[in-house]
Design a protein. Structure first.
Length: 256
């Protein structure tokens, strides 16, 4: 009788072992080794590049001084609005420390931002006014900037401020017509000055982000004037708003 109990217990153990093996074969038990790895935590750190497009507006200020046929020029000042399109490329690098993000960005854009005035307030020899049309115009052809960035991140959202330096290629033209004489002058020059602004950006994947950015640029240039034997200064205070699409590059990026 006792041997029968032992045989029954052994048979039950064999059956239970067989059922456990079958259940494992059918996926009833999941191994820790088969679990997928945790998703990588998003970070703004890395090198990136991208495209941008937007618009610019501001004011061009032109001043003439010096001498014209040995007579002093006085009151030679003009100011008028400019506006137009801007678009180009950017490249930069961010480094995230907790929620704080520091970085830098270089931007190079083509532009067609222009404006003109048919009532430029220029005077003639000895302060006498020209008695006919006085026109002047400004065209911003390209803009480059190097900006330092500092911002705060909420996971995939980033807000930031910028400060740095901007350089632009600008064409200035002016024409003056008096009763007896007329002149036309042009200055094709590179103006530069401080740039500052800010923006907001959202990363819709780990490697791509979209943002909107505002930049204020105070572009100044001094040199020859439009009129013979004169000197001049030409300033453009430019505001730029542009949309930006960035792609994270380098090791660790799926786009690399």
């Amino acid at each position: 009788m006792r041997s029968q109990y032992i045989s029954a217990a052994g048979l039950a153990l064999v059956v239970a072992s067989s059922m456990t093996v079958q259940a494992a074969d059918l996926g009833g038990y999941e191994s820790f080794k088969d679990a997928p790895p945790p998703a990588p935590r998003f970070t703004w750190s890395g090198v990136y590049g991208g495209l941008n497009a937007g618009g610019g507006w501001g004011k061009s200020k032109v001043t003439e001084s010096g001498s014209f046929f040995t007579d002093d020029l006085v009151g030679n000042y003009a100011s008028y609005n400019v506006n137009g399109f801007i678009g180009g490329l950017q490249a930069g690098m961010n480094r995230q420390y907790g929620n704080w993000v520091l970085g830098g960005e270089f931007n190079l854009s083509g532009a067609n931002i222009d404006g003109s005035s048919g009532n430029c307030e220029f005077t003639g020899p000895s302060g006498g006014p020209f008695n006919a049309a006085q026109t002047c115009s400004t065209t911003v052809n390209w803009v480059a900037s190097g900006l330092f960035k500092a911002g705060y991140a909420w996971n995939r959202w980033l807000t930031y401020g910028t400060v740095g330096w901007a350089v632009a290629g600008i064409d200035h033209k002016a024409s003056y017509t008096d009763d007896d004489i007329s002149f036309a002058g042009a200055e094709n020059e590179t103006a530069d000055g401080i740039a500052f602004g800010g923006g907001v950006e959202y990363a819709f994947t780990n490697d791509m982000s979209f943002g909107v950015e505002y930049t204020r640029m105070n572009l100044k240039a001094d040199g020859d004037g439009f009129l013979p034997l004169s000197t001049g200064s030409r300033d453009v205070d430019l505001n730029v708003v542009r949309a930006k699409l960035n792609f994270k590059l380098g090791p660790g990026s799926k786009l690399w």
